[in-house]
Design a protein around this ligand. Structure first.
Ligand code: ADP
Ligand code: NI
Length: 214
């Protein structure tokens, strides 16, 4: 059952944890994913309570943010129990946040509409104007260049290579961002992805023209 107090308490907890995060998983990423997830949940008639909580919590167990993933999962479990989420709902939420990460294309198939929506919302935030900004910010934080013409685009890669291999911000467009449109699970997200995708293609055209001094 929908419970606004639980949503608000969870929102404040996550905000407190991620306000000063510098890898593109800051609070405002979560807030955008949450808002987009609400839009998608309404269009797709999904369970909003599950979708909202999973969207708010989806990055708290990310391996880039936490050193011990099992501990982070435990913490989320205790949190949900503490605010009064039923164990059945908690299980659904945890399953969602454990399965949605992209991880170099090696992610598992999702079975519930709610999981599909949270993943779509997270992916929508990785494309378009915001996605471009996040990509360059992330590359900067890793010390990767804007673009490196000496590097080739990696077609297949392990999770390790995806995280640690040498790359550039523009390479990341080809290795991930431009693939996301066709990976959307729901019709509502596919529709939203079209415009964002077209904007990125346009952006790359400009980028390479300028790179060549035109
Ligand atoms: P996910 O957890 O879904 O795999 P990430 O946490 O890897 O997503 O990515 C967070 C943000 O940083 C996304 O916008 C993503 O596109 C961007 N990003 C991830 N890896 C790179 C990279 N190697 N270069 C540039 N941007 C990246
Ligand atoms: Ni995210």
């Amino acid at each position: 059952m929908y419970n606004e107090t639980i949503i608000n308490d969870t929102k404040e907890m996550v905000r407190g944890k991620l306000l000063n995060e510098g890898t593109g998983h800051d609070w405002y990423h979560i807030e955008r994913v949450w808002k987009t997830a609400v839009t998608l949940a309404e269009k797709e008639k999904a369970n909003r309570f599950i979708v909202e909580l999973a969207a708010l919590l989806h990055d708290l167990i990310d391996d880039k943010l936490v050193s011990n993933k099992d501990e982070a999962v435990q913490e989320v479990m205790y949190w949900l129990e503490g605010v009064g989420v039923t164990s059945k709902d908690s299980e659904r939420i945890l399953e969602i946040i454990e399965t949605i990460s992209f991880k170099g294309g090696n992610s598992k198939k999702l079975h519930t509409l709610e999981a599909q929506i949270v993943q779509d919302a997270d992916r929508l935030d990785a494309i378009g104007a915001i996605g471009i900004a996040r990509c360059f910010a992330y590359a900067g934080s890793k010390g990767d260049p804007l673009f490196d013409p000496e590097l080739s685009v990696r077609e297949k890669m392990t999770e390790e290579e995806y995280r640690k291999g040498k790359s550039s911000a523009v390479h990341h467009f080809y290795e991930k961002l431009l693939k996301l449109k066709d990976l959307m699970n729901t019709g509502a997200a596919r529709e939203m992805a079209e415009e964002r995708h077209a904007f990125m293609e346009d952006y790359l055209t400009h980028f390479f023209n300028e790179w060549e001094g035109q």
